[in-house]
Structure formats: C-alpha cells, structure tokens
Design a protein around this ligand. Structure first.
Ligand code: RFL
Length: 411
C-alpha cells in the first residue's frame, strides 16, 4: 500500500473539485485531486453550459476564465412558448446588462485541468476511485483507494451525489432533503444547422420542451417524459415528432449524438460538514437543469470553501470553515427555490387533462408578466442570470455576513 500526505484531499475532478484545487494550489496549500474517471472521459463529458454572470466574474477575478472569455458566447434573453405565443424575456436588459456565458462544462473542465497541470499544482490522479473516506473526526482523515492511501488534514467531497464522501456522513447527524418530481426529462444533445440564440422554454399540452444553447454546432434539447421512461422508449422519429410538436419553429437537426433520460429530482444534504470532511457541488446538492444552476452552485461552493480554507491556513482562523455550511445553505436553498418555481411554471399539473386549457392560460399570464418590464420581470432576471448583487467571495475577501441578493418572488 502506497501512502501519500497532503493538506487537502479533494475527491472528484468536476467543476467544484477543479476550481477548489486551482485556488488552493495557487495560494500554496498542498492538495491532491482523486478522480475515478480518465482525463479523456471528464474532458469530453457534455453536461451543463450556462454560466452565471457572478460565477464568470469570480472566475475572471481569480484568473481561471481566459479561454472561457475568449471562446464563450454571451446570452441575455430567453423565450417562453405557450399557446402559440412567443414571449421574449430580455433578462440581460432587465438585470442592468448582466448576461450568461454559454461555454460547455467539458471545456471549462479541460481548461481547469490545464491550469492545474500547467504549474498551479500536482495534476489530478485520474482513473483512481476513492473507496472510502476514513477517520474524518480525527486530525488525519484518509482517502482509501486501491493500492494507495492519502492522509489529509481536510477532505473535500466534490464527488457528486453517488460519490464516496456522502457515505462517510453519519445518518443520525445529517439529513438529506429530497424531492422527486412526477416527470422526467429526456435530454438530447443534437447537431443543429445554426446556433441557438437563447434558451427556449415551451409549455405545451403534451409536456414541456426546451432548447439550451451549447456551441455553434450543438444544442441541448429537453422533452418532458413519463417518470421512469428510458432512452429506448424514445426512438429518433418520436423525438423529432415531439420536438416539432412542442417547440416549432425548430432549427434543422442533423443527428442525436447523445440521448438519455434525466431523473428529475432535487436534494440538499445538511449540514455540509462532518468533522474534517466538507461537501461541495453535487455531493452537497442536486438541482434539476431547469434554471441551469447546478454547475454554477458547484463553482460558488468551491470558491467559498477555498476562501475558508485559505483563512485557516494563512491566518490560523477556523471561523470561516466552521461557518461554511451555515453560509452556503441559504444560497443553495435560494437556487433550489428558483429551479422549483421555474419547473412549476413549465409543467402542467399531472392527471388533470380537463384542466389543461385553464392551466395553460394561467401559465401564459405568468409568463407575460416576466416579459413585461417591472419588478416581477426584474426579480426573475436577477435570479436567472445570477446577477451577483453579492458575488461568490474571493479567497482573499474579508469575511462578510450573508446578505439578501436582489430580486424577490416572481411571478
Ligand atoms: P461532477 O461534475 O459530477 O464531478 C464529480 C466527479 O467526482 C467523480 N467521482 C469520484 N472520483 C473518485 N472516487 C469516487 N468514489 C468518485 N465518485 C465520483 C466523478 O467521476 C466526477 O468526475 O460534480 P461537481 O463538480 O459538483 O459539478 C456539478 C455539475 O457537474 C452539475 O451540477 C451540472 O452538470 C448540472 N447540470 C447543469 N448545471 C448548470 O449549472 N447548468 C446547466 O445547463 C446544466 N445542465 C446539468 C445539465 C447536468 C446534466 N446531467 C447529465 C447530470 C445538463 C445535464 C444533462
């Protein structure tokens, strides 16, 4: 058995683990990232693609956004289709000029691995699975992998909902709050003849459908489907037919390189810390893709945690680490609430077919308020774009109390 020592052991080379590793390494804190997949795999795993204004501002400030800023595209409007109406919401204008950046998650992961391996710190250990996290309530928690053990001072679980870190949490002291929605989303990454210019959400009697832009050649499409459906239930001709029915007008779609069903569920684990084990990103919370918040929240967690760990290592101040969970949870629940509210707007209540006409008209009324400049539209816009009334905190920023951000309830 090989033994290594480090200050911070990080499980998972997704956006959360890689942002954290870059920030700590640059500041001279020793850390090791352990990732069960190969580098090739994580650099080509298509998932999210919309980055919030405040997240990009923080990555830029920390010198982690060079390629994103060079190659990403800014988007500032989305459209809702309902009952033959197309309501455009100019959330860029409504939020004082803030926009999303469209940049595929796998590109950001590739960039973050490049900066880490290019000198910021030791490269992640790829194709290495953490089997267990042990001794988290001692001063020397350990990552146990096949043939190697890494002794750490702190362990950060950035390993998603099914990773090893959550298994190390005692059930008596931690609660997982979950919601399972009564539908799933088929998701299709498809080649298109022209780039999508904005996100489109369609509210339709057959179910929700959506388009999220990715690159000039690819868009991600979503189709509400029955809970438990699999990709086999959705042959290409059915996908085409339903996209056309729910989303027309459609760009020309050439092929479906990637089709799978997303189980629509959300969860939050509380608290985010046990002893010297801390959780960040999807290991701490899972969001549906409705509001495009998952990757953004993962990065914001990592930035907050880097700040807290740096305070611990630079100044010997443990206060920010102790406060990490309590400070992040309100932000996490705020994002959950936004995503949940958007889902309620986008889906008709189940099993009330006779009611569909009424429900659709209620939704159209709500959507029209979002498109009309005013406090409701502004609140939506600030929440949606992640306006950064309070930006994710820099590792060097002074400790500040969590304050309310702009925006309130909509519609
Ligand atoms: P990740 O990216 O899942 O990374 C976790 C990493 O941990 C590794 N791992 C282990 N490594 C070692 N030992 C173990 N025992 C391990 N167990 C797991 C895994 O291999 C993996 O590499 O988590 P992180 O960093 O928290 O980032 C979260 C985001 O990836 C996630 O929230 C988003 O992708 C969610 N999401 C979206 N978020 C957005 O903000 N905007 C979007 O538009 C958006 N679209 C999406 C999405 C997620 C999707 N899927 C497939 C889940 C669209 C899709 C289709």
């Amino acid at each position: 058995m090989r033994r290594l020592r480090t200050q911070v052991g990080i499980i998972g080379a997704g956006p959360a683990g890689l942002v954290l590793a870059n920030l700590l390494s640059r500041a001279g804190v020793a850390c090791r990232v352990v990732e069960r997949q190969s580098r090739e795999h994580v650099e080509h795993r298509p998932r999210a693609g919309l980055l919030e204004h405040r997240v990009v501002a923080a990555l830029r400030r920390d010198g982690l956004a060079d390629r994103l800023l060079a190659d990403g595209v800014r988007h500032g409007w989305c459209a809702f289709r309902c009952l033959g109406r197309d309501v455009r919401v100019d959330y860029g204008a409504l939020s004082g000029g803030r926009r999303h950046w469209v940049y595929p998650q796998q590109f950001l992961v590739r960039d973050l691995i490049a900066t880490l391996t290019g000198g910021a710190g030791p490269p992640p250990m790829f194709s290495k699975t953490v089997r267990a996290v042990e001794d988290v309530t001692t001063h020397r928690p350990r990552l146990v992998c096949d043939g190697i053990e890494i002794e750490c001072e702190y362990v950060v679980g950035c390993d998603g909902f099914r990773g090893a870190s959550r298994a190390a949490l005692p059930a008596v002291r931690h609660r997982v709050f979950r919601r399972r929605y009564p539908y799933d989303w088929l998701t299709v990454l498809a080649e298109v003849d022209r780039p999508a210019e904005g996100v489109v959400y369609a509210v339709h009697p057959d179910g929700f459908a959506g388009i999220m832009p990715r690159t000039s050649r690819l868009s991600r499409f979503y189709l509400q489907c029955a809970p438990g459906d699999t990709a086999d239930d959705w042959p290409a001709h059915r996908i085409h037919e339903q996209l056309r029915a729910r989303l027309a007008p459609l760009p020309d779609i050439a092929g479906f390189p990637d089709v799978h069903v997303l189980r629509m569920r959300s969860s939050v684990t509380e608290p985010l810390r046990h002893g010297r084990l801390l959780l960040a990103g999807d290991a701490a919370h899972v969001l549906t893709p409705s509001g495009a918040k998952g990757m953004n929240l993962a990065i914001a967690d990592a930035i907050a945690l880097a700040g807290a760990l740096l305070r611990r290592y630079r100044d010997g101040d443990r206060g920010a680490l102790d406060a990490y969970s309590a400070r992040r949870l309100p932000q996490i629940w705020r994002a959950q609430e936004f995503s949940d509210r958007l889902l309620r707007l986008l889906h008709l209540p189940p099993g009330k077919d006779g009611d569909a006409g009424f429900s659709l008209r209620l939704r159209l009324a709500a959507i029209e308020r979002l498109g009309r400049p005013g406090p409701h539209a502004a609140a939506f816009a600030h929440d949606y774009v992640g306006s950064g009334a309070r930006e994710p905190e820099s590792p060097d920023a002074p400790h500040a109390a969590e304050g309310p951000t702009e925006g309130s309830a909509w519609p």
